[in-house]
Design a protein around this ligand. Structure first.
Ligand code: CP3
Length: 349
């Protein structure tokens, strides 16, 4: 095991004196080199579909900080686009898609087998990265979870409370479930191709899992994640899966066992001491420093970082933020976080 990459060792359940580190949205607008490459590409989607430039921005934070993992540069909304939804980004506002509210809208979508036509450049990015990354760096592929992706497809944009998706769930359950199934199948094929191209780990982002309560959480967050993980494990048994049912609260408990994921990523509303006791007992956890510290820095960043490293220090842990780093973050604070993680463990052991 000793010659394995740090991230893969954590995912295999190994406790390490210094946990592996990476950061959600580590390739992003807080970095001047990202902004320069993005300007070269034109808009955000052109960057996602340009394998050379997408690989370049993926590598930038690795060169700058030496993170233990690189995450493929792409977006969860490329899957709806590949299924036939229109997708564009409004500067300063976020994504826009054609809405999906009727059977007629659904019937226009392409079959799952056709998604690769659109997504081929993404697999090309993965191939480039698997050749260019340093040998100690793990390459993470990803996709959005069906529920989160569906919330954008139904509303045609990001929504605060996912109201339109909840409404469709109530008013036309069959159509809602047909959409979730289509996304689930597309996600299995998309992640399989990423793995075949060289992704060593995959992560499923369910950013809006927290708005599913009671049975709805089991049916629409847990079950699709279980199906995707099970299908991937049949085809690629050795590729670890990270699940991120963001803001799942108490539902984080038992999530790994119920879905088969190798690691659960925690958002920063979760108390690390509580999670060490109730979630980490089942295996590796990832998280969960608040991304606001990347803006404010200082002693608070140091204190919270130490608290998280210590709380999870007795088990398998991947250090990360609780959500993506924001464009107003200071790149020096990222270095301070990394230095603190590595020093805390050294002084504690
Ligand atoms: O983590 C990474 O660095 C990998 C790449 C990645 C992006 N988006 C790049 C991106 C990943 C894993 C995502 C996931 C994603 N995308 C999620 C789930 C995680 C989360 O943040 O909750 C969601 C909900 C999306 C959809 C999305 N993409 C939104 C809502 C936005 C607009 C908000 C914003 O930050 O501008 C995006 C755009 C986006 N995706 C950017 C990046 C780097 C910013 C685009 C730019 O350069 O302007």
């Amino acid at each position: 095991m000793a010659d394995q990459k740090k991230l893969l060792r954590a995912l295999a359940g190994e406790t390490q004196a210094i946990p592996p580190i990476w950061m959600m949205r580590q390739a992003g607008r807080y970095l001047p080199e990202y902004r320069a490459t993005r300007a070269q590409a034109g808009d955000f989607l052109s960057l996602c579909y340009n394998p050379e430039l997408a690989a370049e921005v993926t590598l930038q934070p690795i060169r700058r900080y030496g993170f233990d993992a690189a995450i493929l540069f792409a977006d969860i909304l490329l899957v709806p686009q590949a299924l036939g939804a229109d997708l564009w980004f409004v500067t300063g506002e976020g994504p826009r898609l054609s809405t999906m509210t009727t059977q007629a809208d659904f019937d226009k979508f392409r079959p799952v087998d056709d998604i690769h036509e659109t997504l081929n450049p993404i697999y090309e990015t993965v191939k480039i990265l698997s050749q260019e990354l340093p040998k100690e760096t793990t390459l993470i592929g990803f996709a959005g979870a069906p529920w989160t992706v569906a919330t954008y497809m139904i509303a045609g944009r990001g929504t605060k409370d996912q109201g339109p998706a909840h409404a469709l769930m109530q008013e036309n359950t069959a159509l809602f479930e047909a959409l979730l199934d289509r996304i689930t199948l597309a996600t299995i094929e998309y992640l399989s191709k990423q793995i075949e191209a060289g992704a060593e780990v995959v992560k499923i982002f369910d950013s809006w899992a927290g708005s599913l309560k009671g049975d709805a959480f089991e049916k629409y967050a847990l079950e699709p994640c279980r199906q995707i993980t099970a299908a991937l494990k049949i085809r690629h048994p050795h590729v670890p899966v990270i699940g991120f049912p963001r803001e799942a609260g108490e539902k984080y408990v038992g999530f790994a066992k119920a879905t088969g994921v190798d690691c659960v990523a925690l958002d920063n509303s979760v108390d690390p001491e509580w999670a060490a006791q109730h979630v980490q007992v089942d295996g590796c956890v990832q998280g969960n420093l608040a991304s606001r510290h990347m803006v404010s820095g200082g002693q608070e960043l140091v204190d919270d970082t130490r608290r998280i490293v210590r709380a999870f220090g007795k088990g398998a842990h991947i250090f990360n933020l609780g959500h993506g780093i924001t464009p107003d973050a200071d790149p020096d604070n990222v270095q301070l976080m990394i230095d603190t993680v590595r020093e805390t463990t050294a002084s504690a052991s």
